[in-house]
Structures are given as C-alpha cells and as structure tokens.
Design a binder for this molecule. Structure first.
Ligand code: MN
Length: 736
C-alpha cells in the first residue's frame, strides 16, 4: 500500500497529522492514515481543473475543517473520503467495512449532497431541502460541506467563467446565509468575499485597493485610539486582547449599494474588538463603562447581544464611540468564549464539550429550526420563501407570561407570536395582552414585550390576518386554512346549487353560471359557488332568480335586537353626577377634607374614586374641592402634587352611600356571556346601572357600570368576573 504513494505526498499526510495533534483533543491517528491512503488510491487517476492531483482537494478540505471548525477525528476521515464514493468504484458498504458505521454515514450524507448539486435538473429549492434533511441526520455533514465549499471557492480561478458565476451565486445565496445561521462568522465572511470576487470583480478590486491604500493610516489611527483603552483596562485589572479590524469587503460593498454611498462616506469601516479573558460576562459591561468614559458613545448604536443573544447564538456588546477627530469607531466587547462562538458558532461547542449531545440547547434549537422549515414546506417555493424569511430578517425578542423568550422578525404581530408558540394557539387566537394590556391581534410587538395570547376554540384564522403577519409559519398556516375553507365552501355551494337546479327542472350551461356569478358581482363561477356555500348568497332568493315563476315570498321583518346602546365616557360622567350631585359638607359625607369645613366637593369624573381608593383633593377655581384617585393621570405629577391647591382627603370609615364605578370586561364572544356576567354581579349583591357588550371578530368588549360601597366591594366582583370562563380581562373603567 505504502509503495503506491509518491514520496512528496507524505508531506501532506504529515501536515495533516500534526494539525490533528494540535487541533483535536484526541485523535485516532491510525484512522486518519487509513482514510488518507484510501483517498489517495481512490483519486489517483484524477486531476483537478488546476492540474493538481485530485486528492489535494479532500486533504485541503480536511485541513480547513481542522483549522476553522475542528470537530473530531471521524469528521477528518469523512472529509478525506467525501468524494470517494462519487468519483471511484468504492461503495458506502466498502467504507463501512473499512472505517465503521459513523464514518460511512457521514460520507453517505456528503455524497447525497454533492449528488444533488451535480444534477442540474433538480430545482435549487429541492437541493436546500435535502441539505437540511441531511443536516438533521448529523450536523457534522453540513459543517464538512461548508469546508468543501470554502476550498472550492478558494480555488475557483481554475474553472471557466460560467461555472465560476454559478458556483459563486450559489455560495452567496445559500452557503453564506447558512454559515451565518450556524454562527460560523469567519467562514461566512470568507465565502461572501470570495463570491463577490467572482460576481462583481470590479467592485471587489476597487474596495480591496482602497482598503489597502488606507491601511497604514487606519492602523495608526486605531492604534492611537486603542492606547487609552489599553491603559485604562490594564489599570482596572482586566486581562484582554485588542483586535483592530476592518469591515469585510462584502459588507462594505453592501453598505455602499444599499445606502448609495461612496467608500469615503462609510464611516464605520474600522473597528476595535476587545476580547476579555474572563468567564464573567458582566466584565464586558464593566469594560464598556470604562471605555465610554474615554470616548463618548452614540447611544442609539449600543447593542446588547449578551443579555439577548442573536438567533444564531452570537453574543457581544456593540457600541459606536466618537473618537478623536470626530470619527466614529465601532467597538465590540466580548469574552474569549463568546469570541470563539462568534467565529465558529456551532463548531465551538466541540471545544467546550466532549461531544454534542441532544441535551445541547443551541444545537437542539438549530435542528428544530431546520425541521420546522422542512416540515412546513409543501412546495419548493414555500420552502425558498421560508428560507429567505428565516435567514435575513432582523429580530425582536419577546416573552411568554412564564418568561420564555421567543425570537421573532421585526414587525411580527401578536398572531405571529401565537403561531410561534404553537400552531393550535395561532389557529384559535382571539386576542392578546401585551404587558398586561388588551391589544388587537395585528399589534406589532416590540423587543421586551411580554405577550399572552387568548384563545377560543370557536375562533378560526381570518383572511386579513394573512396581510399583517410576517413570519413564514403564520403565513403558511393561515393560507392553508383559508384555502381549505374555500375548497369546502365551493363544494358545499355546488351541492346547494345542484339541489336548486333539480327543483327548477331547467338546464344550466357553464355560461349561464358565469352570467349568474357576474350578476352577483363575483368574478368566477368558483367564487359564486363559494358565496353560496358560505351562505353569503341566500339560496331561497337565488331560486326565485333562476325560477321566476316561483311564488314571491313575504319580506322578512327586521330582527329586533335587544341590545343596550354602548355607554360612553360622557354618559358615565353624567350618571356619576346624578348620583353624587355636588354636595355641601354634612355628616352623611363619605370623605373628610382636612383643614376645611363646609366646603362643597365633588368626585372627579376622570377617575371616579370609590371608598378605599387612595385619594387627594384639588381646590378648583370655583373654590370647591374635586376628589381624584391619587394615581389619576390628571393629578399624578410632581407639579400638581406639590401645589398648594392639593388638600388631604380621607374616606370616612362609616361611609355607606353607593358609588358609581365602571369596569371594562374583555372576553370571548359566545352565547350566554351577558347572562353569566349579569348573574355573577347580581350574586355579589351589587346593582348594575347599565351593561353593554360590543362584539367584533369573536371578541367582546363589555362596559358595566355598577353601584358599589367601596373598593373591596368592587374588587370582590372584579375577581369573580375574572373567573368566568371566556373572560380574558377585567379592568377598572376610567379616563386613564
Ligand atoms: Mn469536494
């Protein structure tokens, strides 16, 4: 076996083994040697486009892997063997016999992926899908594939231009975003830069030339401004390293294009990275504090990815400071461990753990993400849409009531959140509470919001939801539901139609139906049947239309709706005035106004205090006293509370008169709800002044005005109402 190997090629093996020794914690060197020899033999007849022996390629792929994402010895063997099955007579079974199950499985995954790319007939989307599926099997497959692609990109010069463009496009559109999603920061940057080199050579050359031209000046500048940071952090006892770095070419290129700027106009081309040798992430904030005492920060550019990491696990503090000369410099602060994760993402797990297990949360999430993406896609288009939506959107971080964090794209609504928690929750969501307040379903969420979704089993997705949701999952599920509903309604409509036609004994052609649809203002027969199936077209009336001789039916009488008109704030205020009037001080009063006797007082209509509320009095221009709740927005500010117009007011413990209080109830719009609410209130021995319920989209908002004795009385009934099934929220009704 050894005799077959030319002397010069031993060098490659030696390099590889020594790299294994330095980069892997443990390594079966015999396995590597055997894989190397088999790789050599299998590819011995081949040459690369560059004229080099083909086996250089798998060896380089293995080396890139060891340098960039050192996984384990099995992966090194798989990297060496990744093209063997495709390019030689060796089969997977041969490899299984020779190297065992694990290596064989990895090579099989890699072979499948490359087979997909070799077959030009297969739609691009389909190949991503397979890529994801193989990743779910074993994440190492895709990591090795990145190294394979990186080596191909590094050696792309040897290929003809049309192949270069194809491979570079694929790299930019698929591999780089994937690498980003895996947190492989370094590989992603190199892939992007290399892709740009083949896709827009002119721009690539221009930017690199300009970067080179300004390099000396830039390094001198960054060094100058790093010095005070270095001094201060050393003085404070930090152990750290400062890296000075330019933005990478592709991101400068993007910035120039997106913001239509010239190279000189991009101010944050240079940056400083402070890597702290500590395990305590709070040191990053400490360092941030000292650095921003030296250079003033631009507040809106501060980003804390430590407390809330990016989707791909990235952690770091980012800030932009104004350095001498008025230049803006981006500073990133992170611990050594965070840095390793930023550079090699998921692969960094191998450095901190013996092996990635299913208990590893980061990897679990990635695999779940991929699984969802594959499982939810019906067509290649669906899949591509999901892929793009998932990889390129900016993110917000919102929380469940239990404090679990959910990552959503910017612009996500309560409905997106509901679908993110569970499809069933999304399908039946009826309303939401954001930070405790009821909001509509299309409310856009912000980072930090705590969101509770309210559901009803009677609720179904609505057509307008599709217009405001932004996540792929929500869009897809809503569309599926609406399509399915439409299909059923059309079917139902056809059945109704057939029965009607049977009654008329007339014959209808397709064009009769088209006319009939137009007559009802509907574009197609399908729309016509749907409207009929959804009972939007009355079948009795339709029968009259198509059978003119049928007896005319009497006009139905409009239904008498026994609803109570909604109560407005003005009504409420008027009612409050009627009950309390404007009283002069006498012994029956509910309040004692300190320091004042015989002064007329009234209860402020903006907040309607009831006995037990924390209250204050405000002397009005007319010399009377208005009694407000202390937390009423109209009085609750420093200036008013300090003014001499404020008088202390207390409830008399013996107060027995009835006070008006308003509450708002939100709940599910279902039969018998009014009854149940009324019942609960009456059982609490409270009189209702008025009650009104307004329903919309399956949710009702009820306004109830009650006579209560005091705050405990009110709270008791509020508590009971909250327990009614289908009630989501009960709030005190007031102006604030
Ligand atoms: Mn290859």
């Amino acid at each position: 076996m050894l005799a077959q190997i030319e002397e010069e090629h031993y060098v490659k093996l030696d390099e590889l083994i020594s790299l294994c020794r330095s980069r892997l914690r443990k390594c079966d060197e015999d396995l590597i040697r055997r894989a190397f020899f088999l790789c050599y033999r299998a590819h011995s007849a081949e040459k690369r486009a560059s004229g080099e022996p083909y086996f250089y390629h798998p060896v380089e792929v293995a080396k890139i892997m060891l340098e960039e994402i050192p996984l384990d010895d099995v992966s090194v063997a798989a990297a060496l063997l990744h093209d063997v099955v495709e390019d030689s007579d060796y089969t997977i079974e041969d490899l299984r016999d020779e190297f065992g199950e694990e290596v064989a499985r990895l090579v099989e995954g890699l072979t499948k992926i490359s087979g997909i790319f070799a077959n030009r007939e297969i739609k691009e989307a389909e190949s991503f899908r397979k890529m994801l599926l193989s990743m779910i099997d074993d994440i190492r497959v895709i990591l090795i594939k990145f190294c394979d692609r990186l080596h191909n990109m590094r050696t792309l010069d040897a290929l003809p231009p049309h192949r270069q463009v194809k491979i570079a496009t694929e790299t930019r559109d698929i591999y780089a975003p994937f690498a980003h999603r895996f947190g492989l920061g370094k590989i992603k940057i190199e892939l992007e830069n290399l892709a740009l080199k083949y896709l827009d050579r002119e721009a690539y050359d221009d930017i690199s030339a300009r970067l080179a031209l300004t390099r000396t000046e830039r390094i001198a500048y960054l060094e100058k401004i790093s010095l005070p940071i270095q001094k201060e952090l050393t003085k404070r006892g930090f152990k750290f390293e400062i890296q000075r770095r330019p933005k990478h070419i592709y991101s400068i290129y993007n910035k120039m294009r997106q913001q239509n700027k010239s190279f000189d106009q991009i101010y944050d081309i240079y940056g400083i990275r402070v890597i702290l040798d500590t395990d305590d992430s709070s040191d990053c904030f400490g360092a941030y504090g000292y650095i921003t005492q030296i250079y003033p920060p631009v507040p809106e550019r501060f980003k804390d990815y430590i407390s809330v990491p990016k989707h791909n696990g990235y952690q770091s503090l980012h800030t932009t400071v104004i350095a001498p000369g008025g230049k803006m410099v981006e500073i990133q602060i992170r611990t050594r461990k965070m840095h390793e994760f930023a550079e090699s993402g998921i692969a960094a797990h191998w450095r901190y753990k013996e092996k990635v297990t299913s208990a590893d949360e980061g990897i679990d999430q990635l695999i779940k993400w991929a699984r969802d993406l594959v499982a939810n896609a019906n067509t290649a288009q669906d899949f591509m849409e999901g892929f793009r939506l998932n990889l390129y959107q900016d993110e917000i971080y919102v929380f469940t009531p239990k404090g679990d964090m959910k990552v959503l794209p910017v612009g996500a609504t309560a409905v997106d959140f509901a679908f993110e928690i569970h499809t069933e929750i999304g399908m039946h969501c009826i309303g939401a509470k954001v930070n405790g307040k009821m909001v509509s379903l299309q409310t856009r969420l912000k980072s930090g919001d705590q969101v509770e979704i309210l559901t009803s089993k009677n609720q179904t997705p609505k057509a307008d939801w599709e217009k405001f949701v932004v996540t792929h999952k929500a869009k897809l599920k809503i569309r599926q539901f609406l399509n399915e509903t439409r299909r059923k309604e059309i079917e139902e409509g056809r059945n109704i139609w057939n029965k009607l036609v049977a009654k008329t004994k007339r014959l209808f052609t397709e064009s009769d139906i088209v006319k009939l649809a137009r007559f009802h203002g509907l574009p197609t027969p399908a729309d016509f049947f749907r409207a009929l199936g959804a009972k939007e077209i009355d079948s009795e009336k339709l029968l009259e239309e198509i059978e003119p001789k049928a007896e005319p039916k009497p006009e139905p009488k409009p239904e008498n709706k026994n609803g109570v008109p909604p109560v407005t704030l003005d009504d409420f205020a008027r009612q409050a005035r009627e009950v309390h009037g404007l009283k002069a001080d006498n012994s029956n009063d509910a309040v004692v106004i300190s320091g004042l006797t015989n002064v007329a007082h009234s209860y402020a209509k903006c907040c309607n205090p009831v006995p037990g509320d924390d209250i204050i009095g405000l002397v009005t221009a007319g010399g009377t006293v208005k009694i407000h709740r202390r937390n009423c927005v109209n009085v609750n500010n420093e200036q008013i509370l300090k003014s001499p117009k404020v008088v202390t007011v207390q409830w008399k413990p013996t107060a027995t008169s009835d006070f008006l209080a308003g509450i708002r109830i939100y709940g599910e719009d279902k039969l018998g709800m009014t009854n149940e609410i009324t019942h609960v209130i009456v059982k609490s021995e409270i009189n209702i002044r008025s009650i009104s319920l307004n329903a919309k989209d399956g949710i009702f908002e009820g306004t109830v005005i009650l006579y209560v004795k005091n705050i405990e009385h009110l709270q008791r009934v509020v508590e009971r109402l909250r327990k009614v099934e289908g009630v989501f929220a009960v709030e005190r009704f007031s102006n604030n």
